[in-house]
Ligand binder design. Structure first.
Ligand SMILES: [Zn+2]
Length: 54
């Protein structure tokens, strides 16, 4: 799976761009809920993926 950027929507409605191979927890800028975390070299997206940005 190639690395790419994902536009992820938090349950609060805020959208944020997340790298698909993030090495740390990505939190929502608005409500600080986790949007993605790293697992086995790839990111597990906790929010809703609304768009893949290549
Ligand atoms: Zn949020």
């Amino acid at each position: 799976m190639a690395s790419k950027y994902l536009k992820v929507q938090c349950k609060c409605g805020s959208e944020q761009t997340v790298f698909s191979h993030t090495t740390s927890v990505v939190k929502c800028n608005q409500c600080k809920e986790p949007l993605a975390h790293q697992s086995g070299g790839t990111a597990v997206i906790d929010g809703k993926i609304v768009e893949e940005l290549g």
